[in-house]
Design a protein around this ligand. Structure first.
Ligand code: HEM
Length: 551
């Protein structure tokens, strides 16, 4: 994965290479200058004495008893401290190291939650995750959670995703206390006609390069060939023309996102006290993150310097100044933007946008390929809208069937919880229960697959949300959040990137359907994979494509 990395030129000359494989202290003792102070016989008898002392310590039963005692007290305190003031639904007797609880969580979370609601229909209960207890609140509290300012999303993400650890700087930037990046996402990315044509051109190019022009059926390299399409589209708007189709940059952002989320998953499994040590010294994914950050900073500093140079040259020549319409330019122009490493900003955008959007792209592709009768109406809708409005926000807004398809795919592949928050102080719930400060909460979202809310909830119904929308339901558009639909969150933390994600996905899906025939391998039935309370799109799909002849 790292082979594409060239270290910044000249770096080897500033970092002196340590010349010996021996431990540093051994070198110190053996160095002529130091050894002259110690006579060699005296030195060896000293060494023997020291070795005997170490052996004595390790063979001493009292020392081991002390170790065991401290260990036991530590585990007791940890378990005691971690116990929440609500019933835990995956607790087991004699499960000292939470192995059974973790196993239950990993393989059976949604069933556990559904069962728990039969005994606690309107009151909170707790779910033990490998890194913390999470309190699950009933969906009837979702509006309370969305509007309560003492229940914070950003602080939760900072805690759960280890902001402040070296290599995880993208997280620090994304969930920093200021609003610079969020404002840019909200104001510049969402409803900006200027970026629609950029997305359009780059998606066409990305599909031609990565999916090809082959007129015979072939199977995609599913994960890589779908992620790269979203990476190219997003990069065209985030980093701009210099790097949006640069192979090293595209690999870097995809590699960082993958390494970062893998490292976070690994760290969850370690006790809190050891995570910084593991992250710093024993996690290859975290170490990859540090290298990616260092390289991203170098690349982005060069791009920023080059842009500055071009502006200066244009000024000197009396030419019109060059203008860039991308997140790099917007952040550079924003107050405080220049103080943040441009590389970190880019990685943080990639982290927020890449995984979420490419997962939904994959799910929508699977759903549409599994329901081929919907393909012709979707193609027709795109043709009509682009003929009427050109490639624009208005055209994307007019793609109402595609909007419904995306929301339906999202409904079926969403996590069984939403609205993850941490209590910044003690919070009294409308149920009368108190959430102590520091409590992590999630709100039940199992209604997304409940027959009480959706007829035939397990099935993909392409126009389900379109019909609701036509019947006057205000919460049925892709970007809308409602009391029972919080896949983009809600309240002041609602995902600011949802408009951009919607536009990007609509154009990406339209181009795929316009240019390719798509299908799943014959007989293949795909379902999302549940990992705890989250779901990931089927990663093993044999997804087949063929370039269409009509153009
Ligand atoms: C299908 C794609 C996406 C999904 C499903 C998604 C989902 C979410 C969710 C669930 C939240 C938490 C909201 C809450 O709990 O109230 C969130 C927050 C956020 N999202 Fe997205 N997101 C997507 C795409 C994007 C994109 C494309 C961007 C950026 C360009 C983005 C940027 C952010 C940011 C910055 C936050 C933090 C907001 C805050 O803390 O106030 N997201 N997203």
């Amino acid at each position: 994965m790292m082979s594409h990395f060239a270290l910044p030129s000249g770096q080897h000359s500033v970092i002196p290479k340590y010349k010996s494989e021996r431990p540093m202290w051994e070198e110190f003792n053996n160095h002529p200058i130091n050894s002259q102070f110690v006579h060699s016989d005296a030195r060896s008898s000293e060494k023997n004495k020291r070795n005997r002392m170490i052996a004595d310590i390790f063979l001493n039963i009292r020392i081991w008893t002390l170790f065991a005692l401290f260990g036991g007290v530590y585990i007791y305190i940890q378990n005691h401290r971690r116990r929440p003031p609500f019933p835990v639904i995956n607790t087991h007797a004699n499960d000292l190291f939470h192995r059974k609880a973790n196993q239950d969580y990993a393989t059976n979370a949604s069933a556990l939650i559904n069962t728990a609601f039969t005994t606690h229909p309107t009151t909170p209960f707790a779910l033990a995750l490998p890194n913390a207890h999470k309190i699950i609140l009933p969906a009837c509290l979702s509006n309370f959670v969305k509007s309560n300012r003492d229940l914070d999303h950003r602080e939760l993400v900072r805690q759960d995703f280890y902001a402040g650890y070296p290599g995880f700087e993208a997280q620090d930037v994304l969930h920093a206390r200021g609003d610079m990046l969020l404002d840019i996402i909200k104001t510049k990315l969402g409803q900006n006609d200027g970026i629609m044509s950029v997305l359009d051109v780059n998606l066409k190019t990305a599909l031609r390069i990565h999916w090809g022009e082959e007129r015979e059926w072939r199977t995609l390299d599913w994960h890589a060939d779908t992620t790269v399409i979203i990476a190219c589209a997003a990069s065209s708007v985030f980093v701009g023309p210099e790097k949006c189709d640069d192979e090293e940059w595209l690999k870097l952002v995809q590699g960082y996102v993958m390494a970062y989320f893998s490292a976070v998953g690994e760290l969850h499994a370690y006790p809190a006290w050891s995570r910084r040590i593991v992250q710093r010294f024993f996690s290859p994914n975290a170490s990859a993150c540090r290298k990616y950050v260092a390289r991203a900073r170098v690349i982005m500093r060069d791009v920023v310097a080059d842009r500055k140079r071009r502006v200066e040259e244009a000024k000197a020549d009396g030419r019109d100044l060059p203008v860039w319409n991308d997140a790099l330019a917007w952040t550079q122009a924003a107050p405080g933007g220049k103080e943040v490493e441009a590389g970190d900003l880019q990685l943080s955008l990639a982290m927020a946008a890449m995984f979420t959007t490419s997962e939904l792209f994959r799910q929508a592709l699977i759903d549409v390929a599994s329901h081929p009768d919907i393909i012709a109406p979707l193609r027709e809708e795109y043709q009509q809208q682009s003929a009427k409005h050109g490639i624009s926000v208005a055209a994307a807004n007019g793609m109402v069937l595609m909007d419904s398809v995306l929301k339906e795919s999202q409904r079926r592949s969403a996590a069984v919880v939403a609205l993850e928050r941490v209590a910044l102080k003690d919070v009294i719930l409308p149920t009368g229960h108190t959430l102590p400060r520091g409590t992590h909460i999630m709100v039940d979202s199992t209604s997304l697959l409940s027959p009480a809310h959706y007829s035939d909830p397990e099935s993909f119904v392409a126009d389900r949300f379109l019909r609701k929308r036509e019947a006057g339901d205000n919460f049925s558009q892709f970007v809308q959040s409602g009391p029972d639909y919080s896949v983009f969150g809600g309240g002041r933390h609602i995902c600011p990137g949802r408009f951009f994600a919607g536009n990007e996905l609509k154009i990406a899906m339209a181009h795929v359907l316009d240019k390719y025939n798509i299908r799943l391998k014959k007989g293949y039935v795909s379902t999302p994979l549940e990992i705890g309370v989250y779901k990931v799109v089927d990663s093993k799909v044999a997804f087949e494509i063929r370039r269409r002849t009509e153009d």
